[in-house]
Design a protein around this ligand. Structure first.
Ligand SMILES: *Cc1c(COP(=O)(O)O)cnc(C)c1O
Length: 373
């Protein structure tokens, strides 16, 4: 047994709880106003702030990331009998809304050591029934989707970006969630912007934005179009509005912590960062390292250090390993490889400098081949 305080019994806490930043004042203002529903005036203010922050024409707040994805799919006419291309790297919440629509999810492999859709596999899987494709900057890592975007545009297939983990991730000179027809975000407690439960969509397409707005607001009760009630409650929008101001500081801190750990990695060792483009910037939802060799030993060493990779902690595997997606299984060797060779580390602002320094040391040791705890 190790005497370290960071052993298996004491994993590094990966849950980030932001310090109070005046949310109570914002909530009090909505209580004083008295309108707490999703029709409260604070919703409009919050939506404008989101659109401005991420550089989109329109933002629509909803009650979860799942709702955001479902509404985006419905607005793009995803219905029973249609197909949606989904990265094989997708976790359950990315793909479940496709099943909610009664449509068929079609897993697409990613490029080697990448989260970007493989254009050759898209080519193989496009059919006359393909109605949409989902891209996924998982763990907040930017993907180079340019080749697949061209291919999908030629085929007339719109792209939904599942940016639920990618608030503030930069891809080229744009933010994640603004590349496709629509970007979907979650503001669940574990995400970089948290309202407890919640989400939003971003789009530059006015007509698509209107359809999403009408669908998520019961068709505004006109009885002309079907809708659901996916509205975000006023007090939650108030929390989001205030916490949005903290996002930049949070991104800086996450990048700082990630750099501290990356700087300790020995060149030519067993670990390196998941690659991304020189123009791009992860938001460091997690710092993601890839394992070059001795994969089971390295993964076990991280687990022993209280830093279990997603493949161990959540039994993360390509989507079609999940029982409800087995009927859609196909071969996605790159996604299989990525799932078992990546390590996801917390680098959130709640971590002390001492914890980050300890992690940097431990990660450096593992990278040098010291895989026993
Ligand atoms: C969190 C998450 C979702 C779902 O968001 P909820 O707000 O929990 O419904 C979807 N996709 C990804 C990648 C996520 O991380």
């Amino acid at each position: 047994m190790t005497s370290s305080s960071h052993d298996v019994l004491n994993p590094v806490d990966d849950r980030y709880t932001p310090a109070p930043c005046g949310e109570l004042d914002e909530i009090r203002a909505t209580l004083d106003d008295g309108r707490l529903s999703g029709g409260a005036p604070v919703l409009t203010i919050y939506e404008h702030a989101l659109a401005k922050r991420f550089g989109a024409r329109r933002a629509i707040a909803v009650n979860s990331g799942t709702s955001a994805l479902h509404a985006a799919l419905i607005a793009l006419d995803v219905r029973p009998g249609t197909e949606v291309l989904v990265p094989a790297t997708a976790p359950l919440p990315t793909a479940m809304p496709v099943l909610t629509c009664g449509a068929t999810p079609v897993p697409v492999d990613t490029l080697p050591e990448s989260l970007a859709l493989d254009p050759a596999d898209i080519q193989r899987k496009l059919t006359g029934r393909t109605r949409a494709a989902i891209t996924l900057p998982l763990w907040g890592y930017p993907n180079d989707e340019r080749a697949s975007a061209d291919l999908l545009a030629q085929a007339g297939v719109p792209v939904i970006e599942d940016a639920c983990q990618a608030h503030g991730t930069r891809v080229g000179n744009q933010f994640a969630g603004t590349h496709g027809a629509v970007g979907c975000f979650s503001t669940h407690d574990r995400k970089l912007l948290s309202t407890g439960e919640g989400g939003f969509v971003l789009t530059d397409d006015e007509e698509l934005g209107e359809r999403i707005d009408w669908y998520t607001h019961l068709g505004h009760l006109r009885g002309t179009t079907h809708g659901v009630n996916y509205k975000l409650a006023g007090p939650l929008a108030a929390i989001g509005l205030r916490r949005l101001k903290l996002l930049d500081g949070q991104l800086d801190r996450r990048r700082h912590n990630a750099q501290r750990i990356l700087a300790a990695l020995p060149p030519g060792g067993l670990l390196r960062e998941l690659p991304y483009g020189v123009q791009d910037k992860p938001n460091y939802y997690n710092l993601v390292l890839t394992i070059k060799d001795r994969i089971p030993q390295v993964a076990a060493a991280f687990e022993a250090a209280g830093l279990p990779p997603d493949s161990i902690r959540w039994r993360y595997r390509p989507l079609y390993h999940q029982p409800i997606f087995q009927p859609y299984a196909n071969q996605s060797p790159n996604a299989e490889h990525l799932a078992t060779t990546t390590v996801q580390l917390p680098v959130h602002p709640g971590m002390t400098d001492a914890t980050v320094a300890w992690m940097a040391d431990r990660v450096a040791q593992i990278a040098q081949g010291e895989t026993r705890a």
